[in-house]
Design a protein around this ligand. Structure first.
Ligand code: ZN
Ligand code: ZN
Length: 334
């Protein structure tokens, strides 16, 4: 099979021929049809994740079809359309797994980091990492829902915001363009926070009721005119910009951060105390959360905006994502 691998931290993309792997007990082989390129694939490319064994095939926004069922796999069928995302399996035995909180498993695996991912014609995945893809979703759209999609969908649905509450999405990029759509479809009064006026038409097309240009004026003041945001989903990886938004929260408002900026946040605590506000992180979700994301997206007409590249153009596709030029997800097709 063809695969794109990285063989050392900071190494270049290598297109290689590999043996088609065989699934072990509890695993399936997936014939990959599409794989989104996520900003986190940089962790493999640059070696920023401790303990990665190289060579490694990245890719955790995988959509394809089950090709071989390994021994002991039940509940899935050969030929079934499946996605494999960031959550690459769990141990079923640690304290968090015993409580059913598989995303917090202390031995959780990450697809394309702990085992080879979807920048290849086939991958092996644990059955516990599979999400069924609804018929109406094409593979190249299903892929990006397996990390970008589930992260923002799951963050918003667990955010505590109620129907009609003001929810602001900061940053209109890979995560944010999905966040705006989900916020709208979940019934929130949806605010898009972007830099410059040029993103306003797109933000409104994605469903934003309001657009705030943070370059033009005081975003906090604009949010407070709406009563403050119950939730601000911060998707732009800019610590200074994120920190400045705390005062735009309503009473009991939550600044929710699902993707890590490089720098620490700097937040005054008084506004948190005086308005019972909070700053919180969000961690992805399980395979079933991904399947919920796929199903909700199909049901409500949420679509990722994608640029497709064949696998042999992986270097161009990665560069496009990395430069921030991709509108908004680069997806490899096999
Ligand atoms: Zn990702
Ligand atoms: Zn566990």
């Amino acid at each position: 099979m063809k695969a794109a691998q990285i063989s050392k931290p900071g190494g270049d993309w290598e297109l290689v021929e590999r043996e088609i792997p065989q699934p072990d007990v509890g695993h399936v082989r997936v014939r990959v049809e599409a794989c989104g390129i996520c900003h986190s694939d940089m962790l493999v490319k640059e070696g920023f994740w401790p303990g990665i064994q190289y060579p490694r095939v990245p890719g955790h926004e995988v959509a394809g079809r089950i090709d071989v069922l390994g021994p002991g796999v039940t509940g899935w069928e050969n030929g079934q359309r499946v996605g494999v995302g960031w959550h690459g399996g769990h141990c079923f035995q640690c304290e968090h797994c015993r409580r059913g909180d598989f995303a917090m498993c202390i031995k959780r695996k990450i697809t394309g980091i702990d085992f080879d991912g979807g920048y290849a014609e086939y991958l092996i995945a644990p059955a516990a990492a599979l999400a069924a893809i609804p018929d109406e979703l094409p593979a190249e759209e299903a892929g990006p829902f397996m990390c970008a999609g589930v992260t923002v969908f799951n963050a918003l649905r667990h955010s505590g915001a109620q129907v009609g509450d003001v929810v602001a999405v900061h940053g209109i990029g890979g995560l944010g363009h999905l966040g705006v759509q989900y916020a709208r479809q979940m019934g929130f009064q949806t605010v898009a926070l972007g830099r410059g006026r040029d993103k306003e038409p797109l933000a409104r097309k994605l469903g934003a009721h309001h657009y705030i240009d943070s370059d033009a004026g005081d975003a906090v003041k604009e949010l407070q005119k709406l009563g403050g945001a119950r939730v601000i989903l911060a998707t732009a990886p800019n610590a200074k910009a994120i920190s400045a938004l705390v005062d735009g929260l309503s009473v009991d408002g939550k600044l929710l951060v699902p993707a890590a900026p490089a720098e620490p946040l700097s937040v005054s605590v008084m506004p948190l105390i005086s308005g019972r506000r909070s700053v919180a992180g969000w961690y992805s979700g399980t395979a079933r959360d991904s399947q919920d994301t796929l199903e909700f997206s199909a049901l409500s007409g949420v679509h990722p905006m994608i640029e497709k590249y064949p696998l042999n153009r992986v270097a161009d596709a990665y560069q496009q994502m990395h430069s921030g030029k991709a509108r908004f997800r680069a997806v490899l097709t096999m």
